[in-house]
Design a protein around this ligand. Structure first.
Ligand SMILES: NC(=O)C1=CN([C@@H]2O[C@H](COP(=O)(O)OP(=O)(O)OC[C@H]3O[C@@H](n4cnc5c(N)ncnc54)[C@H](OP(=O)(O)O)[C@@H]3O)[C@@H](O)[C@H]2O)[C@@H](O)CC1
Ligand SMILES: [K+]
Length: 546
């Protein structure tokens, strides 16, 4: 068997050239106003398990098909993926393990497809008191030469290391942690060393809620999800179960998806393309705003430099960077396009400059947590009347002095990583789901936008809607990457014609995309924050209106 271990190609996710039914041209020519919500971010809604089942039913009604037809589509999509992407050999042992519901029904149809195509399939059924109607229908369709054997808990199937296991035990219908034979089989699969391909969900994993820590969950190499991703795929605690996830289109009804209300989105390039206004021919530097950045302290001037450079590359009209005196030459030499305002203190920032000229203000990269700097932050929060982007030590100061959080102007954008977020809210999260609850509570309390950085950075809007970013790569987990994000976001917040939400979504996407564009030149290991800076321009260009 030849293995093709590609990364999940979420940006190649299924879908036509339309965004939520609205032609792209219409989106790009749409006027954008600062208060406008991010309409059209709905290409990849994150549905709950119950909503997924409802979508299944609604598709069947809307398209006048049977549930078996839909199951056949799902099974055909999985079969094609196995043949085209996993590049199965005819002599590879393929074990298809089926549960009692429609996930098991998918598995039966896949086994039948593979068997007909001449592959060496062994079919295993979990003992169950009841089966779904579609499962029973699929069972009747099995050819006589493909026996379905019931799993014997005392003699679990022998799974060789070179085998492929298709996990079709449980999908979105999982209602409780696995126990008994199911749990024993899952643990057996996990220990086998075979290549495990999960149909729709790794069995034992809930689509949208945590399961008890010691639950049996399949550790899949690949998870093939139908049409839309699940929240569970985007959380670090589930990475070991989900593996590389892929989306297989099965024609679920776009109109029904559009009308399904959700509070979580997976944001794709298709959602954002055309949302960044093109630079008009007669623009001048005032059109794109004058940003102020307060950053740097002795020994941490690199953060100020990287954020300044990123802000410039993201198309800001002008940037003035406030640095401690020690950083003046460093910044002037490293970012000659920026203006520099040196503080009277040598090693830290101790004075807030006059704020009148600025369209947006960023604070935090390399800032340090000196008492004087805390006072500067305090003054900034009480006097600023323009959008704020708050990062790094400014967040740590907010965490150490919670009374300052009450002063946060609405619509400020905070950019913590998980540890900074924990300091900000003053309490460790029990798990990734709890962290999302904390995030929602935080933005509800402060009326701010807040992200939590990670493989799928999540942005929470003040109304609690969550937006998961789809770009980026592990090479970006490197010093200075966050400073680059702050500079990029600052430039977009200074942009006159972008709403706070669009600025944040475009900035997060472009940051990850710039890292992805840098990757062929650097590899994961050699990727530096300054490489991300280099590709901000091309990444933003991809999102620009015609
Ligand atoms: N939606 C779509 O777009 C499409 C969906 N499709 C497919 O359908 C799948 C969903 O099918 P599904 O609803 O039948 O649920 P599924 O995951 O098979 O399990 C339900 C069964 O398991 C049982 N059970 C539950 N927990 C258990 C436990 N811990 N231990 C033991 N038993 C447990 C439960 O019994 P009960 O809870 O009633 O006791 C019931 O019998 C979906 O993931 C996808 O693969 C595609 O075919 C087409 C497009
Ligand atoms: K499964």
């Amino acid at each position: 068997m030849k293995m093709d271990r590609r990364a999940a190609q979420v940006t190649n996710a299924p879908g036509g050239p339309e965004v939520s039914g609205e032609p792209l041209e219409a989106l790009s020519s749409r006027p954008v106003h600062p208060s406008e919500p991010a309409e059209g971010i709905e290409k990849m809604k994150l549905l709950s398990a119950a909503q997924t089942r409802a979508l299944d039913q609604a598709t069947i009604q809307a398209q006048h098909i049977t549930s078996t037809d839909l199951m056949e589509r799902a099974a055909d999509a999985v079969t094609s993926w196995l043949l085209d992407e996993l590049l199965l050999d005819y002599d590879t042992a393929i074990h298809v393990c089926c549960g009692p519901g429609n996930n098991g029904g998918d598995g039966l149809a896949v086994a039948r497809n593979l068997h007909r195509a001449g592959y060496a399939v062994q079919l295993w059924l979990l003992p169950a008191a009841r089966h779904s109607a579609d499962f029973s229908h699929q069972q009747q369709q099995l050819p006589a030469e493909l026996p379905a054997r019931e799993i014997d808990p005392n003699k679990l199937p022998a799974l060789a290391a070179g085998a492929v296991v298709v996990d079709a035990l449980f999908g979105t219908g999982l209602s409780r942690p696995l126990a008994g034979v199911a749990a024993a089989l899952v643990r057996h699969i996990n220990e086998a060393g075979a290549t495990v391909v999960a149909v729709d969900m790794p069995s034992g994993l809930l689509a949208d809620a945590p399961q008890p820590a010691d639950s049996a969950v399949v550790r899949a190499n690949y998870t093939l999800s139908f049409e839309l991703p699940k929240l569970a795929f985007l959380l670090p605690q589930n990475a070991g179960f989900v593996g590389d996830w892929q989306l297989l289109p099965i024609g679920l009804d776009p109109e029904v998806i559009r009308n399904t209300p959700v509070d979580k989105h997976f944001v794709t390039a298709e959602d954002l393309r055309g949302r960044l206004p093109k630079r008009p021919k007669f623009s001048h530097k005032g059109t794109f705003g004058h940003a102020l950045l307060l950053a740097g302290s002795k020994g941490k001037m690199g953060a100020a430099v990287l954020a300044t450079q990123a802000c410039l590359r993201a198309g800001v009209g002008l940037i003035t960077t406030r640095v401690p005196a020690v950083g003046y030459d460093i910044l002037q030499i490293s970012a000659p396009e920026a203006m520099c305002l040196a503080d009277s203190a040598s090693d830290h920032i101790s004075e807030l400059p006059e704020l009148t000229p600025y369209a947006a203000i960023g604070i935090g990269p390399g800032l340090g947590q000196h008492d004087d700097t805390r006072e500067v932050l305090h003054q900034l929060l009480t006097t600023a009347t323009v959008p704020l982007v708050i990062d790094a030590d400014a967040l740590n100061l907010l965490g150490a002095h919670p009374e300052l959080q009450k002063l946060l102007p609405p619509d400020s954008l905070l950019t913590p990583h998980p540890k900074e977020f924990e300091r900000l809210v003053g309490e460790p999260a029990r798990d990734d789901y709890h962290r999302l609850e904390q995030l929602r509570a935080f933005v509800g309390r402060t009326s701010c936008y807040c992200i939590i950085k990670g493989a799928y950075t999540v942005l929470a809007a003040p109304d609690g809607t969550l937006y998961f970013n789809s770009t980026g790569n592990p090479g970006m987990a490197t010093g200075g990457s966050g400073d680059v994000l702050t500079g990029l976001l600052l430039a977009l917040r200074a942009h006159k014609n972008l709403s706070p939400l669009d600025a944040a979504l475009l900035g997060l996407h472009a940051h990850g995309r710039a890292g992805d564009l840098a990757l062929p030149h650097t590899g994961h290991t050699g990727l530096l924050a300054s490489d991300i800076v280099r590709f901000i321009g091309p990444a933003l260009e991809e999102l620009m209106s015609e």
